[in-house]
Design a protein around this ligand. Structure first.
Ligand code: HEC
Length: 116
């Protein structure tokens, strides 16, 4: 996935020094310079890959997060992943049935190497 953002750089350079003369000086540069820049963000892994566990995570998590975001967590144990999945469902309305939490946690333990 490649994203680029147009950034607006707004440089406001105030004139410093000198007493205000009260008269416009035609030789002074414009106060504001606006320019657009593009930046390329690093490519992200699109999905967790193939297989039933990957499919579960692809289907339940990637609507809101990238794979990288989920993998780059501090090492989480089962209990902590379970609390996270419950929070996704209850606080953020992720489309996760309570009955599938355990299978999702199994998948996270297998597919999110940050636990090590
Ligand atoms: C409906 C959108 C949605 C879905 C689906 C979703 N999340 Fe989240 N998640 C959020 C929001 C909102 C936050 C809080 C803001 C943030 O940190 O991005 C969050 C935060 C997190 C965090 C950061 C730690 C924390 O507790 O806040 C982790 C880890 C996480 N989600 C993992 C998951 C996993 C794993 C799944 C799939 C089982 C998932 N999320 C599905 C919306 C979602």
């Amino acid at each position: 996935m490649r994203l680029s953002f147009a950034l607006l750089g707004l440089g406001l350079l105030g004139a410093c020094g000198g007493e205000p003369s009260g008269e416009a000086d035609a030789s002074v540069a414009p106060l504001a310079t606006i320019r657009s820049d593009s930046i390329a963000l690093p490519a992200d892994e699109e999905t967790f890959g193939e297989g039933p566990q990957a499919a579960l995570l692809n289907g339940r998590c990637l609507a809101c997060h990238s794979v990288t975001m989920i993998r780059y967590q501090p090492p989480l144990d089962r209990k902590q992943w379970t609390a996270t999945v419950d929070k996704m469902r209850e606080a953020y309305r992720a489309p996760i049935e309570p009955g599938e939490t355990e299978a999702i946690v199994d998948a996270l333990m297998a597919k999110a190497p940050s636990r090590r």
